[in-house]
Design a protein around this ligand. Structure first.
Ligand code: CDP
Ligand code: CDP
Length: 224
């Protein structure tokens, strides 16, 4: 099989985006970071002075906005109504509000439809929380990436240039977001029944990428 789809799910800092981008590069596939779409909606509503609990207004704003994802040299570029928000959507403010926005049923419907459209042609590596369970239930390869909460926090901490919070605070923030994502009613973060669990605690990114490619080889004969 030449082209197939890969679904990567897991909690924050598990290495989904990094692994997805590198695996897509190795296979010549397109990488789609669905978390960036929820972050983009959150950025827009905060810009408009709205709070996630103002559901009706939030949904209206999300319906009006135009989110565009394009492949860039360092990963996926994200545009909202023509403005490049790639870096802006990674702020602490967005981290603290995004899971609440992602609980809104209409927002999920809107974004899941877009995500399905993006994957209409095979050859997609998509990462998120509900890709294997909801967005691409027929993906040929499904991986649930995880790692200990501490290690995930350490990975994220080492990315910060000027940390404004301690490692312990970051770990708590990540754990709170994971809890919200796992406990929500609609499409919670969960391992699909047919997904392979990969605990990456103590693994390098290179080892994770090789493990995913090996899985592709064994499942569909791809992943050269
Ligand atoms: O990069 P990180 O793992 O920290 O988060 P992300 O993938 O950018 O996702 C940000 C948030 O969007 C998650 O915490 C979820 O609340 C939400 N999300 C979701 O609900 N469903 C997805 N498919 C992707 C993200
Ligand atoms: O997308 P997600 O939130 O799951 O994680 P990420 O943003 O791809 O990865 C968080 C950080 O951990 C990045 O700086 C990676 O380089 C690093 N990392 C990793 O992704 N996988 C490992 N096995 C080790 C480190």
């Amino acid at each position: 099989m030449d082209r197939f789809n890969i679904a990567l799910d897991g909690p924050a800092g598990a290495g989904k985006s990094s692994a997805a981008r590198l695996v897509a590069g190795r296979l010549g596939f397109v990488y789609v970071d669905t978390g960036a779409m929820y972050r983009a909606v959150t950025w827009k509503i905060l810009q408009l002075g709205l709070k996630p609990e103002q559901t009706e207004e939030v949904v209206k704003a999300a319906r009006r906005m135009n989110i565009k994802l394009t492949p860039g040299p360092e990963g996926q570029q994200v545009y909202v109504d023509g403005m490049d928000v790639t870096d802006l959507i990674r702020s602490g403010d967005i981290n603290r509000n995004v899971s609440q926005v992602a609980q809104i049923a209409e927002i999920r419907e809107l974004l899941v439809d877009k995500q399905k459209e993006l994957a209409a042609n095979k050859g997609i590596v998509m990462d998120g929380r509900d890709i294997g369970t909801k967005v691409l239930p027929d993906a040929e390869v499904k991986v649930y990436l995880t790692a200990s909460t501490r290690e995930r926090a350490e990975r994220r901490y080492s990315e910060l240039v000027n940390p404004t919070l301690t490692l312990d605070e970051l770990e708590k923030e990540i754990a709170a977001r994971d809890r919200m994502d796992s406990e929500r009613c609609i499409s919670p973060l969960a391992q699909a029944e047919d997904a392979v669990l990969l605990d990456t605690t103590g693994m390098s990114l290179h080892e994770v990428v090789e493990a995913v490619l090996e899985l592709c080889r064994s499942k569909v004969g791809g992943g050269r």
